[in-house]
Ligand binder design. Sequence first.
Ligand SMILES: Nc1ncnc2c1ncn2[C@@H]1O[C@H](COP(=O)(O)OP(=O)(O)OP(=O)(O)O)[C@@H](O)[C@H]1O
Ligand SMILES: [Mg+2]
Length: 333
Amino acid sequence: MPGESSKAPAKLTATAAIPAYELPWVEKYRPVFLSDIVGNEETIERLKIIAKDGNMPHLIISGMPGIGKTTSVLCLARALLGPAYKEAVLELNASDERGIDVVRSRIKTFAQKKVTLPSGYQKIVILDEADSMTAGAQQALRRTMEIYSSTTRFAFACNQSNKIIEPLQSRCAILRYARLTDAQVVKRLMEIIAAEKVDYSEEGVAALVFSAEGDMRQAINNLQSTVAGFGFVSGDNVFKVVDSPHPIAVQAMIKACHQGKIDDALEKLDELWDKGYSAVDIISTMFRVTKTVDTLSEQSKLEFIKVGRLRPPSPPSPPRQPNNVPHGTLYGG
Ligand SMILES: Nc1ncnc2c1ncn2[C@@H]1O[C@H](COP(=O)(O)OP(=O)(O)OP(=O)(O)O)[C@@H](O)[C@H]1O
Ligand SMILES: [Mg+2]
């Protein structure tokens, strides 16, 4: 009973009829259909086939934060169960009590509940952030999953699949999501930028992508924070919001160092230090920026990275300067 077509809607769909200003964009633009999910194409294709054919196996979706795991499970359940979603899906996440008692009572009661579905379709228990469930609670699921598997299937989403006990892993198909590529993050950001009519520069978008490191939630949150704080998405504004050293400044420092202009390099370093960035902030940005300096040979890049890794423990950081801009993690997700 696929409740919806898996075709991409022509425009981005807002998920709720609440006024736009009340919704964090991560929620407003959470994909509704599997085909709206960016990246991990092969895995999403598998989910689309499951959505079409029914008979969902028990599933574990694992991977980094903010790359679409929860979204995928929700889209799949919606595609499988359509109008029966409300009755036939039990959603539990880390904010719900999920100890052994809940597994024994709430999940079991749901598994026993009769819901009329077409043949080949089952009720779904979604256990989000399943890696935070205790081993005891996971153990208690083993029998339930087996006994009721003809009527109820389980979908786990987690960051680390190794935190799911082996017996549960062996009952599930495990899907691993990869971190999103920069191009995939840009694509989605540009859709949101167009839908929200955001003023932006290309460096601004590049800065969002650079600082998100493949985490779509963070990219979208930082976009919204930058718009809320400055009204314009430029590189400088984004790096103020995410509160990390500007890669251009770090790049200039590396280049000066490579050219033997040690005083210039130290001056740049002092500037960053005076802004209140810690040694860890600076070195981790150096680490990531080094590979983008095209004037460096591969050999020199490796040398810079090696020195960064061998550095002795850094002195305690100076206190951070107060920064009157909304922080990147202003919006939850
Ligand atoms: N692949 C994606 N395509 C489109 N939007 C995405 C994608 N991944 C994440 N997002 C956006 O980020 C938000 C958070 O995604 P989601 O809740 O699926 O992350 P997650 O992988 O479950 O992260 P966590 O491990 O922290 O639970 C979504 O509401 C959506 O706006
Ligand atoms: Mg999640």
